[in-house]
Design a protein around this ligand. Structure first.
Ligand SMILES: Nc1ncnc2c1ncn2[C@@H]1O[C@H](COP(=O)(O)OP(=O)(O)OP(=O)(O)O)[C@@H](O)[C@H]1O
Length: 227
């Protein structure tokens, strides 16, 4: 079943009078349950693609259809609602709130997602990502991999249709990176959560069931792999 469909998507950033084309006509279908990685050189449009699919930014032309909803038809409030309901973000900078503990970060996200603020649910989510015993630590008291796990717990709160992970292993050593990837793969297999990564990391590419190569804002390779 198609989860997201992109039709002739173009994105042009404008910097004063200069136009920077970041995506130059991307056609793409993502099926529910995929574990897919986008790779390509710096500047090829990976982050732009994730930002557009996650409704953090709008296409310049073309269309993005999430289930049956055309994102370009949604106003700002509806886009925010869409993001909250449908998308889990695991972005490079973790985006954890520094004055909150791991538990409070997860509880806060639970509240934003519209659920009640539940201590038990936050504790359970942290346990699921292997952080039992570390619930009360602040982000500054956690390693890169542990912070990334909090980010994963937070992204999975609403059991989103799609988790977008921009360079999920960028700040991690390879062993920790592998642990985080194993955890995401496990969630993909048990909950059928759809994952879309962007990366430069060959290890992330190794894990992918589908590899999309971007070059100069175009998809130049789309390879599915069986395991
Ligand atoms: N806000 C912006 N304003 C202007 N140009 C931008 C903006 N964001 C990205 N770009 C440009 O769009 C192109 C694609 O950028 P993007 O960040 O999507 O690439 P990327 O493949 O994610 O790169 P990296 O691997 O370095 O993170 C680049 O030429 C970049 O300079």
């Amino acid at each position: 079943m198609t989860l997201v469909k992109l039709i002739s998507v173009e994105k042009i950033y404008r910097q004063g009078k200069v136009e920077v084309p970041a995506l130059r006509g991307v056609d793409l279908e993502i099926t529910r349950g995929e574990f897919t990685t986008v790779f390509g050189p710096s500047g090829s449009g990976k982050t732009t693609l994730l930002n557009l699919i996650g409704a953090l930014d709008r296409v310049t032309s073309g269309s993005i259809i999430f289930e049956s909803q055309k994102l370009e038809n949604l106003d700002k409030n509806d886009l925010a609602l869409f993001r909250r309901r449908e998308i889990g973000f695991i972005f490079q900078s973790y985006n954890l709130i520094p004055v909150f503990s791991a538990r409070e970060n997860v509880e806060f996200a639970l509240r934003i997602a519209g659920g009640e603020k539940s201590r038990e649910k936050a504790m359970k989510l942290l346990e699921d990502v292997g952080l039992k015993g570390m619930e009360e630590r602040k982000p500054s008291e956690l390693s890169g991999g542990q912070k990334q796990r909090v980010a994963v717990a937070r992204a999975l709160i609403k059991q989103p249709g799609l988790v977008l992970a921009d360079e999920p292993t960028a700040n991690l050593d390879s062993e920790t990176g592998r642990e985080v990837l194993d955890m995401m793969l496990d969630m993909n297999e048990t909950l059928n959560t759809t994952f879309l990564f962007s990366t430069h990391d060959p290890m992330v590419m190794d894990y992918a069931r589908r590899l999309l190569e971007l070059k100069d804002g175009r998809v130049v390779q789309d390879k599915k792999r069986g395991f």
